[in-house]
Design a protein around this ligand. Structure first.
Ligand code: SF4
Length: 327
């Protein structure tokens, strides 16, 4: 149990300001995430340093294609969600080990890994730990990243934005408001758009992922609206990933086909998105990064696996066009 960040007292209860649920929590009650609890009129968090998954992976496995391509990352997760998603299999959330932020940084330094990725559970709900890791990581020139559903308040983005280097904001069903209300416990997608703008304001490098669910969440019109919003508000150079949904027992659909994902990708590219990918699926036409200006291949991948990069600083070696790649 640790003191939580970002809360105020309100009407004799506690208002949590970390995720966009903004729960009002009575004495001895927990918020929606079941992680943050009102104890003696102070908010505490139950998951600080409690690690449910940790390992080494390539950054591409977390759908970062323009952020230190080909680099190794430590990925780490805990428990607690701001959106309980019925379209994904529930991972094992039993505690595997306890760590301090210093332990994690020490591990990264010992292994020579320069990236730490919070993923596998919602990092917003692991906020206190992630915040301390991100702050400490800066001192050691280690980059920190979130794979998040984007359901985070502007206040939380402001607090961690000084230290957090990159986010992949992962939406489902093209951020269809009705889909979120129906399947994600009334979640309001507008909050995700507010968070995306906050990440931009605080200069956190951003990629966006969109899981296309056959039948229940594969609407081209919703994808068009999402893409238009990204192009207009964040810019056309934001890397945009189309991801397949995998079957779960509760729903009757098969895995999203590569053909469907390619069609979404093609339409997104025609709307002005410069870097569109089909990630987590093999056989797509949208695996590699090409220069938007001259078409020269900059980053080669097989599936989502990095194989080669051919870039001169942040410019295309062929025509000198600026490519939004951090390395
Ligand atoms: S983190 Fe989100 S879900 Fe958890 S208590 Fe705070 S507002 Fe509620």
């Amino acid at each position: 149990m640790r003191a939580a960040l970002l809360w105020i007292t309100e009407s004799g209860k506690i208002r949590c300001n970390v995720c966009a649920r903004m729960c009002l929590i009575g004495l001895d009650e927990a918020g929606y995430c079941k992680v943050r609890v009102n104890k003696k009129n102070a908010l505490i968090t139950k998951n600080f340093g409690k690690i449910t998954g940790i390992g080494y992976s390539k950054i591409e496995e977390h759908n970062f294609f323009h952020f230190y391509p080909g680099s190794k990352t430590i990925h780490v997760s805990s428990f607690g969600e701001s959106i309980y998603d019925p379209f994904i299999e529930k991972p094992d959330k039993s505690e595997k080990e306890k760590m301090t932020p210093e332990d994690l940084i020490k591990l990264a330094n010992q292994k020579g890994v320069k990236l730490i990725t919070f993923t596998g559970s919602e990092p917003t709900i692991f906020f206190e730990f992630a915040y301390r890791v991100a702050r400490l990581a800066k001192r050691y020139n280690i980059k920190t990243t979130f794979v998040t559903n984007g359901y985070i308040t502007s206040e939380a983005v402001k607090k961690i934005g000084k230290y957090l280097d990159a986010v992949n904001v992962h939406v489902t069903a093209s951020a269809d408001p009705e889909f979120y209300k129906k399947h994600f416990d009334g979640a309001d997608v507008e909050q995700i758009f507010i968070a995306l703008k906050a990440f931009k304001k605080h200069r956190v490098f951003t990629e966006v992922s969109n899981t296309i669910i056959p039948e229940v969440g594969e609407d081209f019109v919703m994808n068009q609206k999402l893409v238009e919003w990204i192009v207009n508000k964040l810019g056309s150079s934001i890397p945009y990933h189309l991801l397949p949904a995998h079957p779960v027992p509760k729903f009757d659909y098969s895995e999203t086909s590569v053909e469907t994902l390619d069609e979404f990708a093609s339409r997104s590219a025609k709307m002005g998105m410069r870097y569109v990918y089909v990630s987590g699926a093999f056989g797509s036409d949208y695996e590699n990064t090409s220069c938007y200006n001259c078409g020269n291949e900059i980053i080669t991948r097989v599936g989502s696996v990095f194989t080669n990069i051919n870039i001169n600083g942040d410019r295309c070696p062929n025509c000198g066009f600026k490519i939004s790649v951090m390395k």
